[in-house]
Design a protein. Sequence first.
Length: 163
Amino acid sequence: MSKLIDIEQERAKFAYDCASFGISIAEEKKAYNDEYYFDENYASYVKKIPALIKTNGLSATFAYVFAKRKKEDKKPNGTVKLPGSKDHPKNAYDLIYEQTRRWLADNPVLSFPELRRKDTELMKLLLSLNSEQYRQVTLEILRLFQWLRRFVEGVKLSGKIPS
């Protein structure tokens, strides 16, 4: 029983840190894993994810999140500005995608160490899972988002963004 409590506490701590950072990007551009984020919609997106997963499934939901990530900015002179720089920050969908990827990479129950490499796409992993793994990952992500939902509300209501 103690191991389950430890896992739940670890999930809650990770979600609290994620929610606190996610709420903070509404006010200023901030760096997370060497990339900048800025978006005021993090809380509303986090609240929608569990319903989207239950309605459409995990892969369809994260395909949607994947599609909503910030695109590169192509200038008329041919230069391309990739998202993540301070003057072209990523959005809340990028952050949700990255935080979910990080949780699965270091998850105490379902570790996917290949996700620790930044070039490994979460979508590719989700599409390669067998049905048992897919079910387990779906449940784990829903558990994570239960905590995220609680914490984004709490952080917003407190009016204080922890550093």
